[in-house]
Design a protein around this ligand. Structure first.
Ligand code: HEC
Ligand code: HEC
Ligand code: HEC
Ligand code: HEC
Ligand code: HEC
Ligand code: HEC
Length: 276
C-alpha cells in the first residue's frame, strides 16, 4: 500500500512540475522549451559584450562546453581558483582578462601543455587574418566550426546514465576513466585538506518518498569544500532549510543539479534510501 501511495505521490509531484519545474530542471531557465541533447547539456553561451561586436571581430558569443572541461578539471579548480561564476553570465570576462592569463586565458594561453599538446591561445589585441580561425573556436555561436573533440567519440567508453550528458560522471571518476585535475601550478594555492565528513541522510519529510543520501566524499572529489560552503549550505547540519521545489528553482542542490551535474529529473539518483 505504501509503495502504491509513493508512486501516486511521485506522479502527482511530476505533473505539478511539468509546466514549470521540469522545463527549468533541464535547461536552466525555462526560456528554451526543448530538453537539451546529451552533448548540449551544460553548454554555456557567454555573450556580455554585444555592443562591441559591430565594430570588432569576432562578432559572436562564446560557446563553452562543460562536458569537455569537466572531464579534465574539477569544478573547484574553475569555480574557486579561477573564479568563474556559478550562475551563467555573471563572470564578466573581458578579452583583456584572457590576454593577461585570467579566466579562459589561465589555460588557453598558447603555452600550457595538456596531453602533450599546447592548449590554443585565447583573445588577442593585435591579430592577423589567419588568427580568426582560432578566435572562432571559442567565438563560435551559430558558426559552423569544426571541433577537435566529438562528444560521442569522447564519451563512448564512459559509463551511461539516463539524463543530462547521459554519462555517469561519478562512476567515470571512481573507476579512473577520467582524472580531473584539481591543482594548477601558479594558480591554485596549496591548502591543507580538510577531511570530508561522513555521508549523511536528508529526510524527504513526505511519507513514502525515499530519503536522500548525500555523500560528502563523492562531492568533495569535484567540489572541494568551498563550492558548497558557505555560499550554498551552512556548515552545520539542519540549519539550511529547503524543499525539493527550491532545488528545482536552481537553489541548494539545484545550484548544480539542474545545469551541469545530473539533472533534477533523475529523482531516483538522490531519493535512494527506502523508508518503507
Ligand atoms: C574549465 C572551467 C570549468 C570547469 C572545470 C567547470 N566549470 Fe562550471 N562554468 C564555467 C564557466 C566558464 C561558466 C560560465 C560562467 C559565466 O557565464 O559567467 C560556468 C558556469 C557554471 C554554472 C552556471 C550554470 C547556469 O546555467 O547558470 C554552474 C552551475 C556550474 N558552472 C557548475 C559546475 C560544476 C558542478 C562543475 C564540475 C562538475 C563545473 N561547473 C566545472 C567553467 C567551468
Ligand atoms: C583549466 C583549464 C581550462 C580553462 C580555464 C578553459 N579551458 Fe577550454 N580547454 C582546455 C583544454 C586542456 C582543452 C583541450 C585542448 C586540446 O586538446 O587541444 C580545451 C579545449 C577547449 C575548446 C576546444 C573544443 C574543440 O573540440 O575543439 C574550446 C572551444 C574551449 N576549450 C573553450 C573554452 C572557453 C570559452 C573557456 C573560458 C570560458 C575555456 N575553454 C576555459 C582547458 C581549459
Ligand atoms: C579560449 C576561448 C577564446 C578564444 C580562442 C578567443 N576568445 Fe575572445 N573572448 C572569450 C570570452 C569567454 C570572452 C567574453 C565574451 C562575453 O562575455 O561576451 C571573449 C571576449 C572577447 C571580446 C569582447 C570583449 C572585450 O573585452 O573586448 C573580443 C573583442 C574578443 N574576445 C576578441 C577575440 C579575438 C580577436 C580572438 C582571436 C584572436 C579571440 N577573442 C579568441 C574567449 C575566447
Ligand atoms: C555538494 C555540496 C557540499 C560539499 C562539496 C561539501 N559539503 Fe559539507 N555539507 C553539505 C550539506 C548539504 C550539509 C548539510 C546541511 C544541512 O543539513 O543543513 C553539509 C554539512 C557539513 C558539516 C556539518 C555536519 C554536521 O553534522 O553538522 C560540516 C562540518 C561540513 N559539511 C564540512 C565539509 C567539508 C570539510 C567539506 C570538504 C571536505 C564539505 N563539507 C564539502 C554539502 C557539501
Ligand atoms: C539532486 C538531488 C535530488 C533530486 C534529483 C530530486 N530530489 Fe527530491 N529532494 C531532495 C532533497 C535534498 C530533499 C529534502 C529537502 C529537505 O531537507 O527537506 C528532497 C525532498 C523531496 C520531497 C519532499 C518534499 C519537499 O519538497 O521537500 C519530494 C516530494 C521530492 N523530493 C520529490 C522529488 C521528485 C519527484 C524528484 C524527481 C522529479 C526529485 N525529488 C528529485 C533532493 C533531490
Ligand atoms: C556544487 C555543486 C553541487 C551541489 C550544490 C550538489 N551536488 Fe550532488 N553532485 C555534484 C557533482 C558534480 C556530482 C557528480 C555527478 C554528476 O556530475 O552528474 C554530484 C553527484 C551527486 C550524487 C551521486 C553520487 C553519489 O552519492 O552516489 C548524488 C546522490 C548527489 N550528487 C546528490 C546531491 C544532493 C542531495 C545535493 C543537495 C543536498 C547535492 N547533490 C548538491 C555537484 C553538486
Amino acid at each position: 500500500m505504501k509503495r502504491l501511495l509513493h508512486i501516486i505521490f511521485l506522479i502527482l509531484f511530476f505533473t505539478s512540475l511539468t509546466f514549470t519545474g521540469l522545463a527549468l530542471a533541464q535547461n536552466g531557465g525555462g526560456v528554451k522549451k526543448k530538453r537539451p541533447l546529451p552533448h548540449e547539456y551544460g553548454r554555456m553561451i557567454i555573450g556580455n559584450y554585444k555592443e562591441l561586436w559591430p565594430v570588432r571581430e569576432p562578432s559572436v558569443p562564446v560557446v563553452f562546453d562543460h562536458w569537455l572541461h569537466r572531464a579534465r578539471f574539477t569544478c573547484r579548480l574553475c569555480h574557486v581558483d579561477i573564479a568563474f561564476g556559478m550562475v551563467a553570465g555573471t563572470t564578466g570576462i573581458k578579452a583583456s582578462d584572457n590576454i593577461k592569463g585570467y579566466y579562459c586565458g589561465t589555460c588557453h594561453n598558447g603555452e600550457m601543455v595538456y596531453n602533450g599538446r599546447k592548449v590554443f591561445d585565447s583573445c588577442s589585441e593585435n591579430f592577423q587574418k589567419e588568427d580568426i580561425e582560432r578566435c572562432i573556436r571559442c567565438h563560435s555561436l551559430g558558426k559552423n566550426v569544426k571541433r577537435e573533440y566529438d562528444f560521442y567519440t569522447f564519451t563512448e567508453k564512459l559509463p551511461r546514465e539516463r539524463f543530462g550528458n547521459g554519462i555517469d560522471w561519478e562512476k567515470a571518476e571512481a573507476e579512473g576513466l577520467i582524472k580531473p585535475i584539481d591543482f594548477l601550478e601558479g594558480v591554485s594555492i596549496k591548502s591543507f585538506s580538510l577531511e570530508a565528513p561522513k555521508d549523511f541522510d536528508l529526510e524527504a519529510k513526505v511519507e513514502g518518498i525515499p530519503n536522500i543520501i548525500v555523500s560528502h566524499k563523492k562531492h568533495t572529489v569535484w567540489n572541494g569544500c568551498e563550492v558548497c560552503h558557505p555560499d550554498i549550505f551552512f556548515v552545520k547540519k539542519g540549519i539550511t532549510k529547503f524543499t525539493c521545489v527550491n532545488n528545482f528553482e536552481g537553489k541548494y542542490c539545484g545550484a548544480c543539479h539542474r545545469t551541469v551535474a545530473f539533472p533534477m529529473l533523475d529523482c531516483q539518483r538522490c531519493h535512494t534510501k527506502p523508508v518503507y
